[in-house]
Design a protein around this ligand. Structure first.
Ligand code: SF4
Length: 439
């Protein structure tokens, strides 16, 4: 029996690609074991979004070598891609696979085994990120919700980000190929699909089709009941987009619009291509066409040059929009980006203080959003059984991504449950006492 273990770091796109690589290994006869166990092959799908992600990527490569010094260790993804470009690549892996060559994983392992190479195999790190690489997933660990990568790369060059260097320029997966994969996943029982990418708003062939067109087609696939979208660039949400989206009844009213700052001067230094006012307009379109949409976002605090006034402008803007969820990041320098060379870098303690203010604000807004759902009839797609304070509950999410719990002896996995919550089970989970399970 040959065994393999995989470890994923980073975003949903990476998670999707890790699932796809797992599938390639299974198809080649590998038995997948947990990453903590001894395996013949270890695959680490690395991430480079922060310095911390770089460090974790290196740690996992070393951990794999320690777990089994005779194993083949494969490092793939963004960290190895960017590190190779800045000559800081950690060479303790046996095979290194850049983005866009992950589908060559199995042939590369075979080649390595045949040649018993002592040298590191580097599979197209530097020039292979221009075409769309098609990886397929037909089953995933979650078994309820499945992520489909439909787009790769980014042309935006935000001044703090290494992704355009790590993932290359924008390219999209063929629409028919997306439909085929979702159809297969629906046939194997998945009910919820998340269409994702590095810059998913750029999906499509200009002048022919775009993101909203593929969403409209996916809704007709039998078995699919929910469609979610990955992180959106606010400029994609025009009135026409919001209107067409609202007609797709399977589309979840849960939109992640990436903000980063609510201050125009900061946005400009970040090289973001919209103003706070334009962002606000996009939110208004969503609120006009959807009933109580859940709007979530990312914010960076302590970007170079962020004054107290700029931070305060952002804080007021966040409060005005009233997000359901906010991910707050302290700015961290990425090597080779324009932000690295910017003057007025913000001291760590100022970043921490600002981050704490926004995390508290995020918590308050989240609670208010959930509070607004008390007493409303909701439909929950159940995912897993969890233990809370010594008692077992089944939990799942509504279309607007609020987590609910019920008590049940029956296995409710992947079942739809309807009812009203009158109380909270924890700060983040609402509890439905009387409910109906779909037949
Ligand atoms: S939009 Fe900006 S932050 Fe997002 S991947 Fe592209 S360059 Fe990076």
């Amino acid at each position: 029996m040959k065994t393999a273990a995989l470890h994923n770091l980073g975003c949903k796109v990476n998670a999707y690609e890790t699932e796809a690589m797992q599938q390639l290994l299974e198809d080649d006869g590998y038995v997948i074991v947990p990453f903590t166990e001894k395996a013949d092959v270890y695959v680490i799908n690395t991430c480079s979004v922060t310095n911390m992600a770089d460090r974790k990527s290196r740690q996992m490569i070393h951990r794999a070598k320690k777990l089994n010094p005779d194993a083949i260790v494969v490092a793939a993804g963004c960290y190895v891609q960017t590190a190779s470009q800045s000559d800081t690549l950690d060479l303790s892996a046996d095979i290194i696979i850049g983005n866009n060559r992950k589908n060559e994983l199995v042939p590369e392992i075979h080649k390595y085994l045949e040649e018993h190479q002592q040298n590191i195999d580097i599979v197209d790190i530097n020039d292979g990120v221009q075409d769309y690489e098609t990886l397929h997933v037909t089953k995933t660990a979650e078994h309820t919700r499945v992520f489909i990568k439909i787009q790769d790369g980014c042309n935006q060059f935000c001044s703090y980000c290494v992704i355009p260097y790590a993932r290359g320029r924008v390219r999209s997966r063929d629409k028919e190929d997306v439909i085929q994969e979702v159809t297969k996943l629906a046939e194997s029982g998945y009910r919820e699909v998340v269409l994702t990418g590095i810059h998913v708003s750029s999906y499509g062939v200009p002048g022919e089709y775009g993101l909203i067109d593929v969403v409209e087609e996916v809704q007709h696939i039998p078995g699919i009941e929910r469609i979610r979208l990955g992180s959106l660039e606010p400029r994609i949400v025009t009135e026409e987009f919001a209107k067409r989206a609202s007609l797709v009844t399977k589309l979840c009213p849960h939109f992640h619009l990436s903000l980063q700052s609510g201050c125009d001067a900061t946005l400009q230094r970040m090289n973001r291509k919209y103003t706070a006012e334009e962002f606000c307009e996009s939110v208004q379109y969503l609120r006009k066409y959807f009933d109580h949409p859940a709007i979530t976002t990312d914010v960076i605090v302590g970007f170079p040059g962020e004054t107290e006034e700029e931070f305060e402008e952002t804080r007021r803007f966040l409060e005005k929009i009233h997000f359901y969820e906010m991910h707050v990041f302290k700015f961290s320098i990425r090597k080779g980006t324009r932000a690295e060379r910017m003057p007025d870098q913000i001291p760590e303690q100022v970043k921490s203080a600002r981050s704490e203010i926004l995390i508290n604000l995020a918590k308050k807004m989240s609670e208010e959003f959930r509070q607004e759902e008390l007493g409303s009839e909701v439909c929950v797609l159940m995912e897993e059984e969890v233990e809370i304070d010594g008692q077992k509950f089944w939990t799942g999410f509504t279309k607007d991504y609020v987590r609910y719990a019920v008590k049940s002896e029956e296995n409710l996995h992947n079942r739809l449950v309807t009812g009203k919550a009158e109380q909270f089970l924890t700060d983040e989970i609402l509890f439905i006492e009387n409910y109906q399970v779909e037949k």
